[in-house]
Design a protein around this ligand. Structure first.
Ligand SMILES: Nc1ncnc2c1ncn2[C@@H]1O[C@H](COP(=O)(O)OS(=O)(=O)O)[C@@H](OP(=O)(O)O)[C@H]1O
Ligand SMILES: Nc1ncnc2c1ncn2[C@@H]1O[C@H](COP(=O)(O)OP(=O)(O)O)[C@@H](O)[C@H]1O
Length: 213
């Protein structure tokens, strides 16, 4: 497990002590009742090329077709906008996950099923997001794909660049990945089809009474 210092602590610290929380006029409970399902964060974690985006989007489509209110936050997309100022140093990855955790919390408040597809390599950061949310809301989905399979897929040609030294701090090569210790859902993409992996996630949500089929 990596032990990374929170260098951006001045950013992370709460500087809003004079700001008072405004109570919304539509309560989360009312949104939940209108939506017909519980809000949840499906927190996908895994190496680059493991299948996070593919499985998250396949699940999202299945849930959308069941009438659920959903949204996917994807690493590649969020890093173009909200987190466009962040690199792949350990400190910036920590800040990346902290911001996504806060955004996911807002989506939960809106009553949605939010899927996040970020490498989120550090155990401590995934725990930080779990702790940010009410009990049972954070569902860790470990997209467990061996690095040699990810590298043979290499959908963006990034492993090739990392091996040649063109990209530094690449997860699994010269940057750490802490495997989840007890994820709620453990998906092995080298053993099941995309549809099979997505069904595994939806089955979990149905089994837990989060959505109805
Ligand atoms: N150095 C390095 N290491 C890992 N990944 C890299 C790197 N540089 C660029 N990329 C691309 O950025 C995507 C990962 O962004 P994340 O926000 O998910 O990363 S992290 O959670 O902050 O670790 C990742 O997307 P996925 O392949 O979808 O995981 C890559 O496309
Ligand atoms: N069972 C599977 N689940 C998910 N992806 C799979 C599976 N089998 C093959 N793939 C392929 O692996 C690649 C995963 O890429 P991607 O979803 O972008 O990964 P990540 O978001 O983790 O970087 C895609 O090209 C996808 O088609």
């Amino acid at each position: 497990m990596s032990d990374v210092p929170y260098k951006n602590i001045d950013v992370i610290g709460d500087k809003s002590s004079d700001v008072v929380w405004h109570q919304a006029s539509v309560l989360t409970e009312q949104r939940v009742s209108a939506n017909g399902h519980k809000p949840v964060v499906l927190w996908y974690t895994g190496l680059s090329g493991s299948g996070k985006s593919t499985v998250a989007n396949a699940v999202d489509k299945m849930l959308f077709d069941l009438g659920c209110k959903t949204y996917v936050l994807d690493g590649d997309n969020v890093r173009h906008g909200l987190n466009g100022d962040l690199s792949f140093t350990d400190v910036d990855r920590i800040e990346n996950i902290r911001r996504i955790g806060e955004v996911a919390k807002l989506f939960v408040d809106a009553g949605l099923i939010v899927s996040t597809a970020f490498i989120s390599p550090f155990l401590a950061d995934r725990q930080m997001v779990r702790d940010l949310l009410p009990n049972g809301i954070f569902v860790e989905v470990f997209i467990d794909t061996p690095i040699d399979v990810c590298e043979s897929r290499d959908p963006k040609g990034l492993y090739k660049k990392a091996r040649s030294g063109e990209i530094k701090n690449f997860t699994g090569i010269d940057s750490a990945y802490d495997m989840p210790l007890s994820p709620e859902i453990h998906v092995k993409t080298d053993l099941a089809s995309i549809e099979g992996c997505a069904s595994q996630v939806v089955d979990y949500l149905v089994e837990k009474g989060i959505v109805a089929r």
